[in-house]
Design a binder for this molecule. Structure first.
Ligand SMILES: *Cc1c(COP(=O)(O)O)cnc(C)c1O
Length: 392
């Protein structure tokens, strides 16, 4: 065998031993939160199409119109000839939705984080991340080639300690967190983090991939935190994705006009990557329109998550992402298979996506689910959650 194949086979074997090998399973997402896998229809509680917009008639129609009018692909980087007119409309809509001066759309949320962070910080600088921040944020931080530090999850006091100890030793400083944490569903203490960033001349980046479209009638975590603290917060870098609640694809940054202008010249993942297909941009724009017209759709996922947690006696959720931590990766896989037998698609999330020993079922609630879907899931999961109560 060639050494490359030997290497790959060895690595795969080691992953398999630890129940950490991953597979791509053929799945089609359908209407009403129902997915098809292995010839079966399953109610899906693992997707991120939180508002059920991937199949919304307005979104699909706009995408189809753009496909026919502008063709299948953008043809080049946005900076060359790939900047079709739908981009300007989408960026205007996003900036208005979030209340910032400007917005900039990237190929995906991952590409955005891998491009924006190293465009704003370099070798002399420091990036300080929440320890549970998404892999794309860690990737962007490493690409700065500067110092990369973490603070304890959602712990503003620990961030204060890190800033006091480290801030003066570096040039620019970025503090990075998520609005709603993708694997735990909890929310960052944005008011406290923002105040600390201001006090230490640091720039706060909030990745709101899971808050956009859901919290504060869809406006996201920053607006929710501002409403709760009854004041404006300084969050100069607000990241979102069109790949989740918007049901389409693509990442976006809401920021000041001058920052957006700089990134058009300096974010390598924007400059050196082809623009999004026009139909994808059209779908994103249509999704933001639906969010604005249907605030009750934006509120429904959290209401359903709350209903589920009441029925299973879990703590009240902060977002439509509800983790059921099992611990062992093999046990999480087994629980996932049991749910599949019952007609539910709930993926097991294993390390390194989550810390070692915290493999889990990660439930996501969607406006596409019915009350009955949620109640049936609660009935099936209840014994798994509290073995004592079920007499096991
Ligand atoms: C999903 C996610 C991303 C990646 O976004 P894509 O558009 O899917 O590439 C980035 N950050 C966070 C916090 C996410 O949850």
């Amino acid at each position: 065998m060639r050494s490359l194949d030997t290497f790959a086979a060895g690595k795969l074997h080691a992953l398999e031993e630890r129940a950490l090998r991953r597979e791509l399973l053929e799945t089609t997402g359908g209407r009403g939160g129902v997915s098809r896998r292995g010839g079966r229809a399953l109610v899906c509680f693992s997707g991120n199409d939180t508002l059920g917009l991937a199949h919304h008639p307005h979104v699909v129609t706009r995408a189809r119109e753009a496909l026919e009018r502008y063709g299948a692909g953008a043809g080049a980087s946005r900076l060359v000839t790939g900047n079709h007119p739908l981009y300007a409309a989408l960026e205007r809509a996003l900036a208005e939705w979030r209340g910032t001066e400007a917005a900039l759309v990237f190929g995906s949320g991952f590409l955005l984080n891998a491009g924006v962070i190293p465009a704003l910080a370099g070798r002399e600088d420091v990036v300080i991340l929440d320890e549970l921040a998404h892999a794309s944020l860690h990737t962007g931080a490493r690409l700065t080639r500067g110092a990369v530090l973490t603070f304890r999850h959602n712990d503003a006091e620990d961030l204060a300690v890190v800033l006091e100890r480290e801030r003066a030793r570096h040039g620019r400083c970025l503090v990075v967190t998520e609005g709603v944490f993708s694997m735990d569903g909890d929310r960052a203490p944005l008011a406290a983090l923002s105040d600390l960033a201001v006090a230490h001349d640091a720039w706060l980046l909030v990745d709101d991939a899971h808050g956009f479209g859901v919290l504060a009638r869809g406006r996201g975590s920053v607006v929710a935190a501002e409403e709760e603290s009854a004041r404006a917060l300084e969050v100069p870098l607000q990241v979102g994705t069109l790949s989740k609640a918007a049901g389409s694809y693509g990442g976006f940054l809401c920021a000041s006009r001058v920052v957006v202008e700089l990134l058009k010249s300096r974010a390598r993942s924007l400059v050196y990557s082809t623009g999004l297909p026009p139909a994808v941009v059209a779908a994103g724009l249509a999704a933001v329109e639906v969010m604005a017209q249907e605030p009750e759709r934006c509120e429904r996922p959290l209401l359903l998550a709350t209903r589920f947690c009441e029925r299973t006696r879990l703590p009240a959720p902060a977002s439509p992402v509800v983790p059921v931590v099992i611990g062992d990766a093999r046990a999480a896989l087994l629980a996932s298979r049991q749910l599949e037998e019952e007609g539910f698609l709930v993926a097991a999330i294993r390390p390194p996506t989550v810390p070692e020993g915290t493999a889990r079922l990660r439930l996501t609630f969607s406006a596409a689910h019915t009350d009955d879907d949620v109640d049936r899931l609660a009935t099936v999961l209840r014994p798994l959650l509290s073995p004592a109560a079920s007499g096991a």
